[in-house]
Structures are given as structure tokens and as C-alpha cells.
Design a protein around this ligand. Sequence first.
Ligand code: NDP
Length: 283
Amino acid sequence: MAKLLMGKEVSARIKNELREETEKLKARGINPGLAVIIVGEDPASQVYVRNKERACEECGIYSEKYALPEETTQEELLRLIDELNHKECISGILVQLPVPKHIDEKTVIEAIDPKKDVDAFHPVNVGKIMVGNYDFVPCTPAGVMELIKESGVDVSGKECVVVGRSNIVGKPQAMLLLHQNGTVTICHSRTKDLAEKTKRADILVAAVGIPNFIKGDMIKEGAVVIDVGINRMPDKKLCGDVEFETAEKVAGAITPVPGGVGPMTVAMLMKNTVRAAMVNKSR
Ligand code: NDP
């Protein structure tokens, strides 16, 4: 039976540690603060934003929420970001993605001060991650690294396979594994003979967005399997990218969905916000 990597429990532990850290920082006059901007009514985004607000409370982090109507113009959004870039009590800014179609995501991301970019999506922060000298790590890949640590498996020298090459998960995930001396393969929709690649993995990260895509027979015996996928099924239940029932019989350790990577992403956002407060204080 595979060890279950319970993101819910690990994230609770991290948030407790962060709460202690924020208390100490506040005593030194450093007050972490997060501004979350949401444009429109996307139901999944509403849930994510609520979770982030709740996590701020749990960690003793000040937060401001800006819920803007769907018809908000790009100029209005950019003006708000500029205001928050200069606002003393705000150390981190997050624009919940996706934004409505009439707003250019890239322009929005690039408008955020890199020192307040707690999602680490700004090209400056992406470049810093590549170089290996960074303040912020994108939240989901950072959460995945914590869960791999929880498995007790040392990444160094291991075959690591990441399925998915998005800018927010796959690519930064591969870099983080590389920084920890993994031998990394990135797979995507054009990869030939995917199962042959995934079966080589000591550490397999699935970030594809297709329910139950990775089956047990694509996994090496004893591998650490991290399922980033969050897919909403017709019956409203959440389902990962890994077929849990067949995978858990083969894997050495595996994350559940929900309760695996999801809560870790939020905990890592809190970590980045606390870090941002320190970075901004020292400029
Ligand atoms: P994207 O849609 O941006 O990327 C999906 C990737 O999967 C692409 O690189 C694509 O390849 C690859 N892919 C698609 N089909 C195949 C295939 N048949 N074989 C191999 N690779 C394939 O998704 P994201 O990275 O944003 O998200 C992935 C999943 O993770 C989603 O379910 C999302 O909801 C979830 N997610 C969860 C988070 C969390 O907090 N737990 C946070 C962010 C995302 P190509 O590039 O060639 O098109």
C-alpha cells in the first residue's frame, strides 16, 4: 500500500509555523499583507480566493480583497495594480487567473512589481528561478517539492518525470527538481511513448488536466506520484490526473485529490507573502 502524502496535514503544519513567524515579524515592525484581485464571477476562482483569504487569517496575515466586475477594463485593473504596487501595507499582490478574455494576462502579470509578485509569474521572477537565485517560487511546484520531501525520498540523482509543460506548473516544477539534482524529463502532448517515460520515473509529477490520465501500469513500482490535476467531473466531484485506484497499488507514495497538492499551493502562497514582507522591508 502506498504512503499517502496528505497535503492537508502538511499545509496545516506549514501555516502554523508561518503564524509564529508572522508574530515575530510583527514585533519587529514587519507586517505581511496580501492583496487578492478577482475579476468576474468564475465559480472555481471564487472558491480559490475564499481559501486564500481564510489562509491569511490562519497565518495572521493582513489581507485585502478586490472583487471587480466582469466588465472591468484592462486600464482600470492596471491602475489598481499600480496603486497596490505603491501601497505600504501590501507586500504581495495576486491577480486570480484566468482574467476575462478582453484583458491581456501577460500585460497584467508584467504590471505587478516583481518584489510583490507572490505567484512568481513575472518574467523577472521566472528568470530568477531559472538561474536558481530566487525570492519566490511558484506556489504549486513549491507545494509539490514539500510533498516530495514528506515522502522521505531524496530527489538527488533520481529519475524525475513531469507530465505537462505549462508556465505555472510543468516548467517551474522541472526547474525545482533540477535544482535539487534530479535527472528531469518533461513530457507533453507531443511526447512519443509516454508510458515508457513515466515508467522510468522514481518521482512522477502529473500536471496534465485530463482526469485519470496516468494509470497504474504507467508507474514504476515504488515511485513517488504527485497528482497536481484538479478536474471537476460531471457529478461535481474532483478528480486528479492520476487514476488513484490503480496507481496506489504500484506507487511507494501518492497524493490524494482533493487534499493533496491543492492545500499546499495555498500554504506556499502564504510563505511567499511572508517572504515578500521581508524583501520589501529591505529595499
Ligand atoms: P495546462 O492546460 O496549461 O497544461 C497542460 C499540459 O499537459 C500541457 O503542457 C500539455 O501539453 C500537457 N498535455 C495535454 N495532453 C497531454 C497528453 N495527452 N499527453 C501528455 N501531455 C499532455 O494546465 P496546467 O499546467 O495549468 O494545469 C494542469 C492541471 O493541474 C489541471 O488539472 C489544473 O486544474 C491543475 N492545477 C492544480 C493546481 C493546484 O493547486 N493543485 C494549480 C494549477 C493547476 P502541450 O504543452 O503540448 O499542450
